[in-house]
Write a new protein. Structure first.
Lengths: 147, 230, 44
């Protein structure tokens, strides 16, 4: 124990493993710093990529749901009722190529792409509504109140 | 003669007592740091606390006090952080899968790196990840492996023999988990990576820093086990 | 325990740990490369 080389080593580290332990320590520090950075940056960067603050969190949630289940009529219900069924249970709209290894058909979301998708959809729906209203006016003006 | 022995033993006791105090002082800083790091979002606040505590411990060691080896401290706390961060995400998936937090951040993480957290999400009766096999890993690893590993890390930081032994057990469990999990991802490759923003490279870059058990195992098997006590 | 057996045991342990690291990281690297290969094969 009076060995000088051994005295310099931390307790528990035999000379034979000094080199290995030094490398392990470096690796551990890298992992620690990386986990901290990831933890701190993931949430804000993801939010920005997917359109926050232009889109509210609930709108982002809703856009994801429309993509996931390939169904534009879906909305993000929030707060979700506590003991209700899962939001996607029994859905029939999601698009996949089914096989032993299923493949989803949804497309990659570009940087702030949810904003563009949402605007395009709203514009299209507004146009459809206007067209429907216009055609209703021209074709059957009397039929409308009959309902 | 007797007085001499008595005085040397009180000097030893005093040294032990001071070592304990310094270690505890360092640990208080590091525990505050790890608490913040474990919340993920506040990690940058926690890191300086942790590093300051670590520097206190290193300084105490340089003064000749018998404090924990740096590697034991690093492994103990990093294992706890790794387990805490994993638990956070998976508790969100297992229990909080209909919260807005899960349906925005877990979804966006999934959409960016791992389709397993996007594909048919919240369609199972129990909600959460629907990708083949994924839920089984969550159920096996979250309440078992990660909670056991946090307990083991605490015992390890106290330099207990059981802490060392249980860290060996749970770190090997971690190797099994990594092996099986990665195999599962490769088999259901399309579910995991089709339509994802940064497929494959993104996931690996993000997740590779969770290989803590791989770094801990060589140390646990080559450390002189006499430094751990009952 | 004499020095000779001690160092032999240490050497064995050292080798075992190096083999473990090579196998463990090798497997991960292999899976990563396999996934990259699969990625290059997909039409999506």
């Amino acid at each position: 124990m009076t060995d000088i080389a051994k005295d310099k080593l931390p307790a528990g580290t035999e000379p034979a493993f000094a080199g290995m332990h030094k490398w392990l320590q470096r690796g551990l520090i890298v992992c620690l710093v990386a986990l901290v950075l990831e933890g701190a940056l993931t949430f804000p960067l993801l939010a920005i990529w997917y359109g926050w603050p232009q889109l509210s969190l609930q709108e982002i949630c809703g856009e994801f749901e429309k993509i996931r289940f390939a169904d534009e009529s879906r909305e993000c219900i929030y707060p979700y009722p506590l003991f209700a069924e899962s939001e996607g249970k029994g859905q029939k709209t999601a698009q996949d190529v089914w096989s032993s290894q299923p493949r989803p058909k949804y497309e990659r979301v570009e940087y702030r792409g949810l904003i563009k998708r949402r605007e395009a959809r709203l514009a299209r729906q507004a146009a459809e509504k206007a067209a429907a209203a216009a055609s209703a006016m021209t074709t059957s003006p009397v039929a409308a109140p009959a309902n | 003669m007797t007085t001499k022995v008595a005085s040397s033993s009180t000097a030893y006791d005093a040294h032990q007592e001071r070592s304990r105090q310094e270690q505890w002082r360092a640990d208080k800083w590091m525990m505050v740091g790890v608490f913040f790091i474990g919340t993920a979002v506040l990690g940058l606040i926690g890191l300086p606390f942790f590093l300051y505590g670590l520097s206190l411990q290193i300084r105490a060691a340089k003064e000749g006090l018998s404090v924990r080896p740096v590697l034991v401290t690093l492994i103990g706390y990093l294992v706890a952080v790794d387990a805490a961060l994993n638990s956070l995400g998976w508790a969100l998936d297992l229990i909080g899968n209909h919260t807005l937090l899960a349906r925005v951040f877990l979804m966006s993480w999934g959409n960016m790196f791992d389709g397993g957290y996007f594909w048919h999400y919240n369609e199972l009766a129990i909600g959460g990840a629907t990708a083949p096999g994924e839920k089984a890993w969550v159920i096996a690893l979250l309440p078992l492996m990660f909670s056991m590993r946090i307990a083991a890390a605490i015992g390890f930081l106290q330099m207990k023999r059981w802490g060392h032994q249980w860290l060996v057990v749970t770190c090997w469990f971690g190797v099994i988990a990594w092996t099986g999990y990665v195999a599962n991802m490769t088999i259901f490759f399309d579910v995991r990576y089709a339509g994802v923003v940064f497929p494959v490279v993104g996931w690996w870059l993000y997740d590779i820093f969770y290989i803590t058990p791989y770094l801990a195992i060589p140390y646990l098997h080559t450390v002189n086990r006499e430094i751990f006590s009952d | 325990m004499n020095k000779l057996t001690m160092s032999r045991q240490d050497r064995r342990r050292w080798r075992a740990m190096v083999v473990f690291q090579l196998v463990a990281y090798g497997y991960l690297l292999g899976m990563f490369l396999l996934q990259l290969y699969m990625l290059s094969n997909r039409d999506w």
